[in-house]
Design a protein around this ligand. Structure first.
Ligand SMILES: C[S@@+](CC[C@H](N)C(=O)[O-])C[C@H]1O[C@@H](n2cnc3c(N)ncnc32)[C@H](O)[C@@H]1O
Length: 198
């Protein structure tokens, strides 16, 4: 487990929500594009303080949301706000955590740049996606903005978001059908569908 990033976000956890302005309209619009079944099980990777929870509930009425984060203090903030009803909190590193269930959707919102081994983490997570399930990486700002922001801090300096086409190639190489590749000055969304065994 990467201790630097864990410590970095644990330290920020009590202030995270006050530091963030959630672009609700944009986030709702991006999530709405994903063909996620209603009533399913959704994994929120790098879930932080649970910013996605209200949107996932509104749009997809999931039976269960699994909140995964490497920083336990971020999860504690989420639990304070949302409790345990329909939500499970998992403390772990996305590249190695093992789940008892498989997911209808796996979403990485504002977390993908922080994964040290991006392709290895994708491969690991995709093993827990159901056939026909949706995988998405999304950001409500541009890649350039995010990379410039991360460059300002010693811990996140090398935490870069790759070009959308590069991530799409990774997902295709791991067996997904790529549905959306958007890497624009406004937003970033790469999404795919896990193909069933023919
Ligand atoms: C920029 S924050 C975004 C949090 C939340 N998604 C939001 O938008 O408010 C990135 C989150 O990813 C988590 N994270 C970073 N690397 C991770 C990893 N390898 N496995 C699980 N979580 C990770 C961090 O602890 C942090 O909470």
């Amino acid at each position: 487990m990467s201790q630097d990033i864990r410590a970095f976000f644990n330290e920020k956890a009590p202030f995270w929500d006050a530091m963030q302005e959630v672009p609700e309209g944009k986030l709702r619009a991006l999530l709405s594009e994903l063909p996620i079944v209603r009533g399913g099980v959704i994994l929120d990777v790098g879930s932080g303080t649970g910013v996605l929870i209200p949107f996932l509930r509104e749009l997809f009425a999931p039976f269960l949301i699994v909140e995964l984060d490497i920083a336990e203090a971020m999860l504690a903030e989420a639990r304070k706000k949302f409790g345990d009803d329909g939500i499970r909190y998992v403390h772990g590193d996305a590249k190695e955590v093992v789940f008892a269930e498989t997911f209808d959707a796996i979403i990485c919102y504002s977390s993908f740049p922080h994964f040290e081994d991006k392709e290895g983490t994708l491969r690991h997570l995709l093993a827990f996606l159901k056939d026909g399930g949706v995988f998405a990486i999304l950001h409500t700002a541009s890649r350039e903005y995010i990379n410039a922001l991360h460059a300002q801090n010693e811990v996140t300096r090398n935490h870069l978001l790759p070009e959308g086409d590069e991530v799409a190639r990774m997902l295709a190489g791991l067996g997904l059908s790529v549905l959306i590749v958007r890497d624009t000055p406004e937003e970033y969304l790469v999404a795919g569908l896990k193909k069933g065994v023919q």
